[in-house]
Design a binder for this molecule. Structure first.
Ligand SMILES: [Zn+2]
Length: 353
């Protein structure tokens, strides 16, 4: 089966040629249950009331600084709204969206196929396990490395109703120190990468050491690091030096939080998450170091507040706002094409297994 995929990209509506991919968002969510990330602000009744409110424009201001403190905000659960929102990307010249929603947060093959038909977008689906603390805790604990490997290979080759994933990920590995179950999932994913010819997308931990440790584990299990995407470069405490260390391994560095301009994660203390200008500055420095072919950009739409409906930047943020910013900062059309079209095409094209 995987032989047939070599040289092709697998969408939820079947394989396509690389030339059909076009402008691509390599790390998004269209239907998603991220409620596992919900956290009550404090024990007060006021916090409990805010936690349970339905997202509305009226509460968009509060949500801006309480992203994870409202359950509804962490759910992309309205297919009609997703179709309307994703169409904005298509109207802005976009062609393809990678939905890395996998096991534990609501992988939805039939739903994604419906959205692909309704919007005319190429949609590439993810597979494998999200983090140990998501909806797949019991499965990740129960399965052996071999079983996880077989599950992923079966999904890529057979799928659900013939709807097959085109990428392994986003594989959750954000515990620190890394939980044994997430290490098991990484090892199985590395082997599944070799067996299928697909790429792997990783959701790493939030400490500087995490991505390099993950890359070491993947390499030890035989992964091709030039087909590994290290997500969320821009939401953590990674220094530019550690980005360069990652780039030296050959992996892709994904800046997928574009549009997230007021985010203050505190799990390991307070870090300065860059805004879009800061993200582009990091990218320019990496290009100067010689890594233009390892950079990917996206908007990781994982919350209602990121949707245009609720005052967010929406799926069209890259073509509407980020590419013009890149041009204004002196990036050439050639380099922008490499990052937004050529790199996703190379990353998503199956290699011989
Ligand atoms: Zn992620």
């Amino acid at each position: 089966m995987s032989k047939k995929l070599t040289g092709k990209i697998q969408t939820v509506l079947g394989p396509i040629e690389g030339e059909e991919l076009g402008l691509t968002l390599p790390h998004e969510h269209l239907l998603l249950d991220l409620s596992v990330r919900f956290k009550l602000t404090d024990q007060s009744m006021t916090s409990r009331i805010m936690a349970q409110k339905k997202v509305s424009l009226e509460m968009a201001g509060w949500l801006r600084f309480h992203l994870f403190e409202n359950v509804d905000n962490l759910m992309l659960d309205d297919e009609e709204m997703t179709i309307k929102e994703a169409a904005l990307f298509k109207n802005a010249g976009g062609n393809s969206i990678v939905d890395v929603t996998n096991w534990g947060i609501g992988q939805d093959p039939r739903g994604l196929a419906r959205i692909a038909r309704a919007t005319g977008l190429n949609i590439i689906m993810g597979t494998g396990y999200y983090t140990i603390d998501s909806g797949c805790t019991a499965e990740l604990k129960a399965r052996s490395e071999d079983e996880i490997f077989e599950e992923i290979v079966r999904d890529v080759n057979e799928g659900t109703d013939g709807i097959r994933p085109g990428i392994i990920g986003e594989i959750g590995a954000d515990s620190w120190p890394l939980a044994a179950e997430e290490v098991k999932s990484l090892r199985a994913s590395a082997r599944a990468q070799r067996a299928t010819g697909a790429s792997i997308n990783i959701h790493p931990g939030r400490l500087e050491e995490s991505p390099l440790e993950i890359l070491k584990i993947l390499a030890k299990s035989g992964a091709d690091l030039s087909r590994v995407v290290m997500s969320h470069q821009d939401r953590t405490a990674y220094s530019f030096e550690s980005m360069v260390e990652q780039a030296k391994t050959g992996c892709y560095l994904e800046f997928d939080c574009f549009g997230m301009e007021g985010y203050y994660p505190r799990r390991y203390g307070v870090f300065d998450v860059p805004n879009d200008a800061g993200r582009v500055n990091y990218i320019i420095r990496l290009i100067d170091k010689g890594y233009p072919e390892q950079i990917l950009i996206s908007t990781d739409m994982a919350m209602k507040t990121k949707l245009v409906t609720y005052g967010g930047p929406g799926y069209a943020h890259i073509p509407d706002n980020v590419i013009p910013l890149m041009s204004a900062k002196g990036m050439s059309e050639d380099v922008i094409n490499t990052i937004t079209r050529e790199n996703p095409k190379r990353m998503l094209t199956f290699v011989s297994a």
